[in-house]
Design a protein around this ligand. Structure first.
Ligand SMILES: *Cc1c(COP(=O)(O)O)cnc(C)c1O
Length: 368
């Protein structure tokens, strides 16, 4: 039986093995492991890639989000608007600064925050909107930016899943005042461990985030604020510098696989395929299909050698960690429906046409 894992690094990583080992050797033999030239080089490269003035390497995506909110001075008594179907990290970052997360439902077709529902969530306490470019598709940034401007709200993009995606030709991670991304290994640009970055055009946030990630200090042993240790180490920066060169090639592979799925899976039972908003591009961090028979389909695929995952089985408002917010089942019906019907099928650089055909035929077998 051909087995198609949900995610596999072999194809991508074996093709760059010698470059990665060289990157390792350079750090190993350079005897400088934290806050050195590799970090500076990667920060400059990532800023160029993301078409922003500054990128600041940090420890992971969650810390990047936390640093963004901290740098904006958001804290207790403030409200931050986030999508009701986001990954828990977005919500945690809001909690870390003591602010209150306010959930807004996603568009039921693109799965990104619905701009037409934003205004009704804005109160006198609202400080920021955090659009999450979920699964790799850019949010409706035109409408979101306009609402933010009208209401004088900050924008913090959660770009953990959408490196290289665009809205109206502009890259995600370059719209907001200060934005976060993740280089968790499984993300489209992934390190060999935890890593993340903050992107911004604003020198104030550059200075602030650099300070906050390093014990509140930009000058050794001079501590201006109560900062954190949220640094990106030389080894991960050096690996990321190599992998960044291949990101758009790998992204094209993801998009090609998605187009094969689009063709092979259309018109099957009640199956709903991803749809892309006009003006947005999709970099397919995940390829989500939806059906009322999700659990049975997942069992069928697992039994036949196709790896799947659910992103995400429980929306944030129903997590035990957020019980204190007082939400109950039914409060965010679109997010709940998505969590009950969504299934992520394999999509990764190096996945072959034969593997895609296998996934398609197993799904077809289930429905016909
Ligand atoms: C992965 C992810 C994060 C957190 O990134 P880590 O590097 O795992 O901390 C935040 N938001 C979203 C939407 C993510 O997918």
């Amino acid at each position: 039986m051909t087995v198609v894992p949900f995610l596999n690094f072999e194809a991508a990583h074996s093709s760059i093995r010698s470059e990665m080992l060289q990157a390792f050797e350079e750090v190993y033999d350079g005897y400088w492991y934290i806050m050195g030239d590799k970090l500076k080089t990667f920060e400059a490269s990532y800023a160029v890639f993301n078409q922003v003035k500054y990128a600041i390497g940090v420890s992971n995506g969650l810390d990047a989000l936390h640093l963004c909110l901290k740098s904006l001075g958001i804290g207790e008594g403030d409200e931050v608007i986030i999508p009701s179907n986001t990954y828990i990290a977005t919500v945690l970052a809001v909690s870390y600064v003591g602010a209150t997360p306010v959930f807004v439902e996603p568009d039921p077709l693109t799965y990104n925050i619905d701009p037409t529902k934003l205004e009704q969530a804005i109160t006198s306490k609202t400080k920021a909107i955090m659009p999450v470019h979920l699964y790799g598709q850019a949010c409706a940034m035109g409408e979101i930016m306009e609402i933010a401007q009208n209401h004088k709200l900050w924008i913090v993009e959660d770009n953990a899943q959408a490196h290289g995606a665009t809205y109206a030709g502009k890259l995600t991670g370059s719209f907001g005042n200060v934005n976060a991304t993740s280089f968790y290994p499984g993300k489209n640009l992934g390190a060999l461990g935890d890593a993340g970055a903050v992107t911004t055009d604003d020198e104030f946030h550059l200075e602030n985030v650099m300070k906050l990630r390093n014990y509140g200090s930009n000058l050794k042993y001079k501590h201006e604020v109560i900062g954190f240790n949220m640094r990106l180490d030389e080894l991960q920066a050096s690996f990321l510098e190599v992998k960044l060169k291949y990101l758009m090639k790998w992204t094209k592979q993801r998009q090609e696989i998605a187009s094969w799925y689009d063709q092979g899976l259309k018109g099957l039972g009640d199956l709903i395929l991803p749809s892309t908003l006009e003006g947005s591009t999709h970099v397919y961090h995940l390829y989500i299909i939806r059906t009322g028979m999700r659990d049975a389909l997942q069992q069928h695929l697992n039994a036949n050698g196709v790896g799947t995952l659910i992103h995400y089985p429980t929306p944030p408002h129903l997590q035990a960690a957020y019980e204190h917010l007082g939400y109950k089942k039914g409060d965010f019906p679109i997010a709940e429906e998505l969590s009950n019907t969504s299934l992520s099928i394999p999509i990764w650089p190096g996945m072959t046409k034969e593997m895609v055909d296998k996934v398609v035929s197993e799904i077809r077998n289930f429905f016909v």
